[in-house]
Design a protein around this ligand. Structure first.
Ligand code: GTP
Ligand code: SPV
Ligand code: MN
Length: 614
């Protein structure tokens, strides 16, 4: 058994070891040597491959079970005492009932395996916005990934010992290993036997049966979003599915920090690491997925990135679309479900060069004729294949990305994949209008979760799968931020914008994939406009939905000729008929929240309807 100077930790580990009955218990120290040792053990057992050490030093390759490739929203539960407190958008079960089921599952679940105890900090060690947790897991892959994604090991343990407290996070792949049997390449439980469970009132996480991403790296979505959003509601701060970037106007050296919430696989990592295509601007990365925001003593809203690494979507990451992401994966990286080339490197669709013959696809099959492969139907890399890379590897990481007090937030962006209706950028008229924008975010669904119906779904604040309590109460919490004394009636709050890089005109064959906007590095053009707006500059036009840029306010100099004045007009247009339809969708969406919908939001919807002549 482990022996630390934290009595709560010792007792807790002993209790779970008695239930789960592992062969041994190991306390992780978070060292580089531990990482390499555990990953090399996986290689020796046939669970992983080490990549060519010259091409990708200290990097490893895993293939998951085909049933375990993404988050499982249908198996994710918020177990508050009252069903109403989980709200209409979360799966709920009574906490006592859920615990009974899970104790049954957990009993003996680690037989033949090692129980790893992982102390970790979300956010810089000891920072005023940071939080401490301990994950227990039977997966070495999870230990390696947590080493990359969090501040894990001895430093976090010391703080946990001082505090005698931590957020308990319990994980098992749900597959005991009978004596004498060889382990499966990727151990997990069948889909209906996976459980991703949050107890928001107790601030506890219990998960079972999946080894993948947000289901298993519990510091990420389970803690930093579902549990932290509840803590934030209790304590008056924000835990959000947002990237954080720092934008510098080189001529004046003036900087602004922007947080942006887009649903899963809708471009956060790309925007966070953007390399501007317009001269005179610089973007630096603070975080690519999660932001924790709190007012400081001077009344500034400050954000930290609670993570220490990027768990990024691999396909279509290339030197052209996101060089900083690609460079982040150059060493000390774990790749999952991408292709493995014959020379011991990785490959995925859209990496920027052809698939080498003899590459092994994510399912383990050899690709003999790469040219004949259908990238959409039968990709070499799974569409939700990912890299876990240390943030410190990123050439564009901001020098203050680990500042414990965080960076001052100047603007907040909401967005999603909308093939129509939503213009490239529009601006909120005030805070409540901005909260309205967040509450109506919708997006075409992506491969980041298993089993979702195709089409546009509402994903308010990009938090649909991540809000740890009633989403209506979460809207109210956002509204109430303006009422905090530090907000000074909204004067100290960031400006809010809505963006859409994904508007299309399929009839225009000149446009790549029909996109009315080039996206990626060219999103710097929109960021520059937002920067100006934060300084009260940049010309706007009022529309029923908010302020859009006036003609010429966004710099399009140097764009390919398929993107021009005419497509700009299209991508910025506000079509009243489309918005009338949108309003109907919003009404259906809002109806779900019944008495939990803030009055400020129904008022805002009424204003929109009136402006549209409805
Ligand atoms: P999660 O890690 O799941 O939260 O995703 P994310 O929001 O960080 O998304 P990411 O940046 O990984 O992008 C997902 C996909 O969207 C990738 O395939 C990108 O190539 C694509 N994408 C990102 N930005 C743009 C853009 O500006 N335009 C277009 N057309 N595609 C984009
Ligand atoms: C997302 O789905 O938003 C992710 C990937 O960032 S996961 O960590 O699996 O949640
Ligand atoms: Mn995400």
């Amino acid at each position: 058994m482990i022996k630390t100077n934290c009595a709560k930790l010792n007792t807790w580990v002993k209790m779970w070891a008695d239930i789960m009955q592992p062969e041994k218990v190991v306390l992780c120290d978070g060292s580089d040597a531990e990482f390499t040792r555990l990953m090399d053990e996986c290689v020796a057992e046939g669970l992983a491959k080490k990549l060519d050490d010259k091409k990708r030093p200290n990097s490893y390759y895993f293939q998951s079970d085909p049933s375990d490739v993404a988050r499982v929203e249908g198996r994710t539960f918020i177990c508050s005492r009252k069903k109403e407190d989980a709200g209409p958008t979360n799966n709920w079960m009574d906490p006592k009932e859920m615990k009974k089921i899970l104790i049954g599952k957990y009993t003996g679940c680690m037989k033949g395996r090692t129980m790893y105890v992982i102390p970790f900090s979300m956010g810089p060690l000891g920072g005023p916005i940071s939080q401490l947790g301990v994950e227990i897991t039977d997966s070495a892959y999870v230990v390696g990934s947590m080493k990359i994604m969090t501040r894990m090991g001895a430093g976090a343990l010391k703080l946990i010992e001082e505090k005698n407290d931590f957020i308990p996070c319990i994980h098992s792949v749900g597959k005991p290993l009978p004596e004498g049997l060889k382990d499966a390449k990727w151990a997990c439980a069948p889909i209906d036997d996976k459980y991703i469970v949050q107890f928001p009132e107790e601030h506890e996480i219990w998960t079972y049966g999946s080894g993948y991403g947000g289901n298993a790296l519990l510091g990420k979505k389970c803690f930093a979003l579902r549990i932290a959003s509840k803590m934030a509601q209790e304590e008056g701060w924000l835990a959000e599915h947002m990237l954080i970037l720092k934008l510098t106007k080189e001529a004046t050296k003036e900087t602004k920090c922007v947080c942006a919430a887009f649903p899963s696989a809708c471009g956060k990592t790309n925007l966070a690491m953007l390399i501007p295509t317009i001269p005179g601007w610089k973007v630096e990365t603070i975080g690519d997925d999660i932001a924790w925001m709190k007012f400081d003593e001077e009344g500034n809203l400050r954000a930290i990135n609670p993570e220490a690494g990027f768990f990024g979507v691999a396909p279509y990451t290339s030197a052209k679309t996101n060089k900083n992401a690609l460079d982040s994966c150059s060493k000390n990286t774990i790749f999952t479900n991408v292709g493995l080339t014959p020379d011991g490197d990785i490959w995925w669709e859209g990496i920027g060069y052809d698939c080498p013959k003899g590459t092994i696809d994510w399912k383990g099959n050899i690709v003999n004729d790469p040219a004949s492969r259908d990238a959409d139907e039968n990709p070499v890399a799974h569409k939700n294949s990912r890299f876990a890379a240390p943030a410190a590897n990123c050439p564009g990481i901001a020098s203050d990305w680990e500042s414990p007090k965080g960076v001052k937030v100047d603007a907040i962006l909401f967005g999603g994949r909308r093939p129509n209706t939503v213009p490239l950028v529009h601006e909120a008229e005030d805070w409540a209008h901005g909260v309205f924008m967040g509450s109506i975010v919708g997006s075409e669904v992506t491969a980041a979760a298993i089993g979702l119906k195709a089409g546009v779904r509402r994903d308010p604040f990009a938090m649909l799968p991540f809000c740890g309590y009633n989403m209506g109460d979460y809207f109210q919490h956002w509204i109430d931020m303006e009422k905090l004394p530090q907000a000074k009636g909204g004067k100290n709050l960031p400006k809010i914008f809505f963006v859409n890089w994904f508007r299309r005109d399929k009839s225009n064959k000149a446009l790549p994939a029909g996109f009315l906007w080039p996206g990626y590095g060219d999103n710097s053009r929109v960021l520059a406009y937002i920067f100006d707006r934060c300084n009260g500059q940049g010309e706007t036009v009022d529309t029923p939905i908010g302020k859009v840029p006036a003609k010429g306010a966004i710099n399009i100099e140097g764009l390919d000729s398929c993107w021009n004045e005419k497509t700009m007009e299209q991508v910025l247009s506000v079509n009243v008929d489309e918005w009338k339809d949108e309003v109907e969708r919003i009404e259906e969406h809002y109806a779900k929240f019944a008495g939990h919908l803030p009055k400020e939001l129904s008022d805002r919807l009424a204003i929109l309807k009136q402006r549209l002549g409805m």
